[in-house]
Write a protein that binds this ligand. Structure first.
Ligand SMILES: Nc1ncnc2c1ncn2[C@@H]1O[C@H](COP(=O)(O)OP(=O)(O)OP(=O)(O)O)[C@@H](O)[C@H]1O
Length: 309
């Protein structure tokens, strides 16, 4: 089956500045891919190219098998949902009126709009209120409902959870998870790296217009070869004994953290051997935790690596 999105060697130049530079990526049906990068990395420019709002200065783009800026643009756009970073609705319209307005623009029936608002959790009373009175969370819910109009095959979400509280963020990711399970392809731009763990099947790291890394979190972890932390929680009385034992085994001191925790840093490949040896020591332990490098740490690693090239 051909990919939902196929980007081959794509560049977008404004004057002598590249917003996107020689990027190649493919996204399949039912994949949720996160696009991460600093401000100005080229994420929004890539989304605009995929939406057909701008055209590449080099390379080719296929969305649902066609050129998104070509003759099929209108047909393709009806199958795409887009939530921009700063979603702006008319403040004098109610939530329901606004959604009906966008449904008419997209030429989809308005009869499903209440069900859509139920799905994103915009309460019945709130739908009849003017958007000017909405909280950020309510506007984002309406924004997501707007993006879901017409049951799109492809969803672009630009910083969808910025400014949302943790409960709303979780609700947002639950909806995205259901869509992905139903076969929708989701491309998600984000700065909130930590919250992408467990949500994105794949992460694409961009810097200064270029793709600098791509893969599942497990692939990126193995590429980055960042150290793993083993944290041991010991009863107060066992602290000195444990430190002595660990130094004996590893020939180096462990770091003491708050809350009776001792931390050892090791290469990922040594982790299992070290855990086995810890299981054999005499000091009783209350707990053991293995902390993998976070997405933020991996991201910083790939940017450092690119800067060094
Ligand atoms: N219309 C334009 N004209 C000139 N330069 C542009 C234009 N659009 C984007 N750029 C430049 O391209 C680069 C990438 O911008 P882009 O908005 O795609 O980054 P981004 O990763 O989405 O950033 P942010 O996270 O801040 O939204 C920036 O240097 C920006 O100034």
């Amino acid at each position: 089956m051909s990919p939902t999105i196929e980007v081959s060697g794509v560049s977008k130049r404004y004057g002598d500045q590249y917003a996107v530079r020689d990027v190649t990526v493919a996204l399949g049906a039912g994949e949720c891919v996160a696009l991460v990068g600093h401000n100005g990395a080229g994420k929004s420019s890539l989304i605009k190219l995929l939406l057909g709002l701008t055209t590449p200065t080099g390379g080719t783009i296929r969305v649902l098998g066609e050129d998104p800026a070509g003759n099929a643009a209108a047909r393709i756009r009806r199958q795409i949902g887009y939530l921009p970073e700063n979603v702006a609705f008319h403040p004098a319209m109610t939530g329901r009126e606004s959604l009906d307005f966008y449904a008419r623009l997209k030429r989809v029936p308005t009869c499903c709009n209440d069900a859509l608002l139920d799905r994103v959790g915009l309460e019945t009373g709130a739908r009849k209120h003017r958007i000017g009175t909405y909280s950020k969370g309510m506007r984002q819910r309406l924004g997501l409902a707007q993006a879901l109009l017409g049951d799109p095959k492809l969803l672009f979400l630009d910083e969808p959870t910025t400014g949302l509280d943790p409960a709303l963020r979780q609700g947002f990711y639950r909806i995205i998870g259901d869509l992905r399970d139903a076969g929708t392809t989701v491309l998600l731009c984000s700065h909130a790296l930590t919250e992408l763990e467990g949500q994105a099947d794949r992460v694409i790291v961009m810097n200064r217009g270029r793709k600098v890394a791509e893969g599942s979190l497990a692939t990126l972890r193995s590429l980055a070869q960042l150290p793993v932390r083993i944290r041991l929680t010991v009863p107060d009385t066992g602290f000195a004994a444990l430190e002595g034992e660990l130094t004996g085994i590893f020939g180096r001191t462990a770091t003491r953290l708050a809350g009776g925790v001792v931390e050892l840093v090791c290469a990922n490949d040594d982790k299992l051997d070290i855990v086995r040896r810890i299981a054999g020591i005499g000091t009783p332990l209350d707990d053991m935790e293995i902390v993998q490098p976070s997405l933020d740490e991996m991201y910083a690693h790939f940017l450092r690596q690119e800067a060094a090239q």
